[in-house]
Each structure stands twice: as C-alpha cells, then as structure tokens.
Design a protein around this ligand. Structure first.
Ligand code: FAD
Ligand code: NAP
Length: 338
C-alpha cells in the first residue's frame, strides 16, 4: 500500500484543478484494502473519497480526508456460457484499455463505449453511456468492500438501480463502498448498436460493421469533437440531458420550434439535449475568467488554465439559472462536486 500525506490532486483530476488531500492511499488488492479498513489507523479517519481517474469530479477546495485509489489490475475471463463470456475487470484498469481488449478478443458489448476516460471501477457508478449503449446492458455484478467495516459485497445488475447516468453507488451507497472489480457479460456474436446516425455513417465509411470498425469510428468521432483533458481540463458533460414529459415538450415547441427531443421507450417522456438548451443562451465558446464553455459542445465546461473549482462551479450555476429562466427546466449536474 502506497500512502502519501498532503497530496496534490492537480494531475489526478481531468479538470486539472489544484486541490490537496490530507492523505492518499493507493492499494493493489481488495485484501490489502480490507486489512487497512479493519486496522486502527483507518478507524481514526473520518472522510473517505474513492477516486479512479478523476474524470467525473470537480474539487471546489481541498479534501480534508483520505483518498482511496484502487490500483487493482487484471482482465480475466472467468466463465463461458454458449456465446456469452464473463469477464472480470480489476477496478484500477483503464476503462478504454478494457474496451480495446474486448474488441481484440472478438467480444462485443462495450465497443460503443470506446475512449471514455476513467477506470473500470467507476464505470458502474454513473452507469457510463454513449452512442446508445450503457454499462448496464453488459454488467453482471460488481464486487467490493464497505468502507465502514471492510465487509465484502457482491451486487448483481438488478440490485444496482441502474438508470440514465445513475446507480445505487451514486445514490443510497454514495461514499459507502469501494468497488474492487466489475464483471461483464460479453458476446461472441454481438448485436451491434448503430442507432446513432454519426456512428453508422463512419462505420460504413470503414467498410462495414465489425467490432473494430465501430471502435475506430467512435474513437475518431470523439477525438474530433471532445476536448482532450490533457490539453484542456474538463470532466466531459457537466450536466445530464434533462428528461421531460411529452406535454411539456409540446408546450416548449410552441415557443422554440427547433427544440430537439428524443422519445424514450416508455412513450411518455422526451430526452432533450442539454447542450442545445445551453447554446440558446449564447454560452457556447464563452470564456469567463479562467473557466469556459467548450466551443464544440456546450455541455462541456473547461479550465483554460489555473481556474479554481469555485470559478467552474459559478459558471455552471449561471448556466443553470439561465436555462431555468428560459425553459423552466432544471439542469442536473452529472459531475460530482466536492
Ligand atoms: P472518478 O472521477 O475518479 O470518480 C467518479 C465517481 O465515482 C466519484 O463519485 C467516485 O467517488 C466514484 N468512484 C470512482 N471509482 C470508484 C470505485 N472503485 N468504487 C466506488 N466508487 C468509485 N461518462 C459517460 O458516461 N459517457 C461518456 O461518454 C463520457 N465521456 C467523457 C469524456 C471526457 C473527455 C471526460 C473527461 C469524461 C467523460 N465521461 C463520460 C465521464 C467519466 O469519464 C466517467 O464518469 C468515468 O466512469 C469516470 O471514471 P473515473 O475513474 O475517472 O472516476
Ligand atoms: P451528440 O451526438 O451531439 O448528441 C447530442 C445529444 O443528443 C446526446 O447527448 C444524445 O443523448 C442525444 N442523441 C443524439 N442522437 C441520439 C439518438 N439517435 N438517440 C437518442 N439520443 C440521441 O452528442 P455528443 O456530445 O457528441 O456525445 C456523443 C455520445 O457520447 C453521447 O451518447 C453522449 O452521452 C456521450 N458523451 C458523454 C459524455 C459524458 O461526460 N457523460 C461526454 C461526451 C460524450 P445521450 O447523451 O443520452 O446519448
């Protein structure tokens, strides 16, 4: 176990916000963490925060507690049932490395989730999603430990309350668990998801549907649209896309005939791209102090260099209030603010 005090988090969060943590623990196995959680030393700690790659976090000040960072690696096939394969990912594996591994091994299910930053252990927390696929579509179970007593848990898909950018780990179990491994059910004969026009077009250009072509298409589209956090600090979409009732959408169409909407399968609700709502207020590309709104995607807030978390948060709040006044829609934050 690697233990550091007064640890700078600047290169540990993709916003590159300067903040310090009292303590930082990196552990290599669930057993190592369990031993520590049961020790007297850990009982003296009060605040814990589990961090993977820091790509969905915003620090608005120092963290007066202990950061727990899983460095548990390993991608392992643990079972096969017909055309389905169970794969266990160590929580400290880079998520995109897991996607690349699956594609190289001819296993489908996560290729649309290519190039999402962060670690495998965080993937279930907000049920990562992109281009019509969510983690919940392939998730079998997660294993980990309770912070309070180091007790072991295994939670299956139906127990995780998965929803759009949500799970039990972001709800009732927030701050209570460390996920140490994630098991996925992948397919040898996958049903490809090509519902997003941009992806299917780029796949056709590559010569047709295959795991590799989908991965390459998604990587190319993302790299062309989204800021690279190594060059421009950001945490992806700052807000969730709001989901409103069909009647509400119809009423908004009277005033905003161009407002986009994607009907959900229940036929009663519509998902409205938050980026579009934000753009109507002229926020796209706007720079406010050292923080700003990305010029390609208004959903992404950026750090132009040296911004504090409070500056980014103030910008987010100004956007939230503008969208509320214009559309009567409350934007919900996707990024975890500390
Ligand atoms: P962190 O930011 O370190 O943590 C996120 C949350 O999960 C925190 O609350 C943390 O406490 C908790 N957590 C982390 N690890 C564990 C663990 N092992 N056990 C328990 N709790 C844990 N997200 C999408 O869904 N779709 C996208 O397409 C997408 N694109 C992105 C693009 C960019 C450029 C960026 C910067 C971000 C994007 N994101 C996207 C957001 C982010 O990549 C994901 O949410 C990712 O899963 C976060 O992983 P992480 O390891 O960085 O988590
Ligand atoms: P985009 O393609 O410009 O589309 C804008 C929004 O419209 C998306 O947020 C998407 O909702 C929705 N949408 C577009 N086509 C759709 C369809 N055919 N069916 C249903 N909904 C549709 O979005 P983008 O910003 O370039 O992102 C592309 C994908 O990557 C999206 O799935 C997005 O969620 C994901 N992404 C997520 C993050 C993050 O941090 N969470 C960051 C970057 C990209 P959905 O978001 O619900 O898919």
């Amino acid at each position: 176990m690697h233990h550091v005090t007064h640890f700078s988090l600047k290169n540990f969060n993709t916003f590159h916000i300067e903040a310090f943590a009292d303590q930082f623990f990196r552990f290599n196995s669930a057993m190592e963490l369990q031993k520590w959680l049961k020790s007297e030393e850990s009982q003296e700690q009060h605040e814990f925060l589990v961090m993977g790659g820091g790509s969905n976090l915003l620090f608005t000040g120092d963290f007066y507690g202990t950061i727990l960072h899983p460095a548990i690696t390993g991608i392992e096939i643990i079972g096969e049932e017909g055309d389905e394969v169970l794969v266990r990912l160590g929580a400290g594996e880079e998520w995109d490395h897991c996607v690349a591994w699956a594609v190289e091994n001819g296993l489908g299910g996560i290729e649309n989730l290519s190039l999402i930053p962060g670690m495998a252990g965080a993937a279930p927390v907000q049920n990562i999603g992109a281009y019509g696929v969510e983690l919940k579509d392939v998730f079998e179970y997660a294993e980990g430990l309770f912070l309070a007593d180091g007790g072991f848990f295994r939670l299956y898909n139906h127990e995780c309350n998965f929803d759009y950018r949500y799970s039990i780990f972001k709800g009732p179990l927030k701050y209570q668990t460390v996920i140490t491994s994630v098991v996925l059910r992948l397919q040898k004969k996958p049903a490809f998801q090509l519902g997003y026009g941009t992806v299917s077009l780029a796949v056709e250009e590559r010569g047709g549907v295959s795991l590799k072509n989908i991965r390459d298409a998604v990587v190319e589209i993302r790299a062309s649209k989204l800021p690279d956090p190594d060059k421009l600090g950001n945490a992806g979409s700052f807000f969730k896309n709001p989901v409103i009732h069909v009647q509400e959408h119809r009423a908004l169409l009277q005033k905003w005939p161009q407002i986009p909407g994607y009907p959900l399968p229940d036929g009663e609700r519509i998902k409205v791209p938050a980026g579009w709502l934000i753009e109507q207020g002229g926020w796209k590309g706007l720079v406010r102090g050292r923080a700003g709104v990305h010029h390609n995607q208004a959903l992404v807030l950026v750090n132009h260099g040296g911004a504090t978390g409070s500056e980014v948060l103030a910008l987010a709040q100004a956007i939230e209030s503008d969208v509320w006044q214009k559309f009567g829609i409350r934007l919900e934050r996707e990024v975890n603010v500390y």
